[in-house]
Design a protein around this ligand. Structure first.
Ligand SMILES: Nc1ncnc2c1ncn2[C@@H]1O[C@H](COP(=O)(O)OP(=O)(O)OP(=O)(O)O)[C@@H](O)[C@H]1O
Ligand SMILES: [Mg+2]
Length: 148
């Protein structure tokens, strides 16, 4: 799917955010500047979270508890070792939504159901190619709905 500009990214993020439930895991894949944090901010907004300001790059996990459902925003780009000790599984199984930037670098056990979203720049400045890879029945159904 093509996201032609920031507005379309925001719109997609809102649609996705409105569908998310506690326990959902979203893995975000894409190069530096692809738009992973931008997409996460849109999801946060859809959940009614007002104060999502920073990228979690140096903190690994940030928790936002002031929305419809808790949001756990993670960025595992700089995690080289000790990923097992971070307890990410506990977030994944928790009662919030986990959004993981650089989710493809995770070599912990992934949950049974998750949605992998890949963002890719194109030759057009504000355009992004979005690919949705659902794993498990919950996200297979959700992706069908989102792609309509
Ligand atoms: N259609 C679009 N969707 C998302 N971001 C866009 C779009 N068009 C332009 N941008 C810009 O691209 C940049 C994306 O940065 P962002 O921090 O979201 O990337 P990132 O994937 O999180 O990078 P990093 O790997 O460094 O965390 C922002 O400056 C954003 O405004
Ligand atoms: Mg980022």
């Amino acid at each position: 799917m093509k996201l032609r500009n920031l507005e379309e990214t925001a719109l997609f993020a809102r649609k996705l955010g409105n569908e998310l439930e506690a326990g959902d895991v979203i893995l975000l894949v894409g190069d530096l500047g692809a738009g992973k944090t931008t997409l996460t901010k849109g999801i946060a907004k859809a959940l009614g979270i007002e104060d999502m300001i920073k990228s979690p790059t140096y903190t690994i996990v940030r928790e936002y508890l002031d929305g419809r459902i808790p949001l756990y925003h993670m960025d595992v780009y700089r995690v080289t070792e000790g990923i097992e000790e971070l307890g990410l599984e506990e977030y994944f199984e928790g009662d919030g939504i986990s959004v993981v930037e650089w989710g493809n670098l995770l070599d912990v056990e992934t949950p049974e159901n998750y949605l992998q979203i890949t963002l890719k720049r194109t030759e057009v400045e504000e355009e992004r190619e979005l690919t949705l890879l659902p794993v498990g029945s919950r996200f297979t159904q959700l992706v069908e709905k989102l792609e309509k």
